[in-house]
Structure formats: C-alpha cells, structure tokens
Design a protein around this ligand. Structure first.
Ligand code: ZN
Length: 132
C-alpha cells in the first residue's frame, strides 16, 4: 500500500516536522516489524532526520544553509531558484527508517522533517511501509 502525506509549506525556507504524519502512516499500514521508506518527488525540497526536541535546531539548519548557499548569486539556472535545487541535492529526497512494534525506530531526539527551500508550495511525501 502506497500512502501520501500532503504538506502545505508557508515560507520560502522552512523545516516542517512531519514525524507524527509518518508515524500515522506506519500505524495505518499495520506493519509491526519492517521498513518505512519515504520518498519526496520534488527537486527544491528535501527530507532529513534531526532534532525536533528544540525547535531552534531546525531554524539553525535552515539559516545555515541559507548562508552557505545564498539565494542571490550568479547561477546558470534561469528559473531563479538554483539555491533551492542545490540544497535539495545536498540533503537528499529519501529516507528509510526501521519499524519495530509498529513504531518508528527513531532516536530519542530525532524527528523527520520536510525541508522546504522554495516555498510556500503544496508538497507530498510518498510512503511505503514493508514488512520484514
Ligand atoms: Zn528550478
């Protein structure tokens, strides 16, 4: 069963905590032990696992990426969002998380984030939870 998580982002750059939505998809799948695969079919966003206990961490990540890869630069890509493509490439667009006892096997401080780099937009994450 393929599931879809729909996210509406608000800002140009933001990290949206989707841990609860991913956990819900695992629950709906009924899988107790297996793998949760997440795929983001977008070129200007990314998926990342990092701390969601202190919300400042997500802001620091977003702001640091903005400093590393500035929006305004002499890029070749004429659409004007080259920085977003580069950030997406650096972080990646898929994740795999172990599932045990019907729950995501995340570390105590870990959460799953959709990283928006060219928002606000309608985004979707496709989820497949497989037994095994
Ligand atoms: Zn583009």
């Amino acid at each position: 069963m393929l599931q879809t998580i729909n996210i509406r982002t608000q800002k140009r750059t933001e990290l949206v905590d989707i841990t609860a939505e991913v956990a819900e998809a695992v629950k709906r799948s009924g899988v107790q032990s297996g793998l949760c695969h997440l795929f983001l079919p977008h070129t200007t966003a990314a998926l990342v696992i990092n701390e969601n206990a202190d919300p400042s961490v997500a802001i620091d990540i977003a702001e640091s990426l903005d400093r590393l890869i500035p929006w305004d630069f002499d890029y070749r890509h004429q659409e004007g969002n080259a920085a977003a493509h580069i950030k997406s490439s650096l972080l990646g667009n898929s994740l795999t998380i172990f599932v045990e006892e019907g729950k995501l096997l995340l570390g105590r401080w870990q959460g799953v984030f959709l990283c928006e780099f060219d928002g606000g937009r309608a985004r979707k994450v496709v989820v497949k939870v497989v037994e095994g």
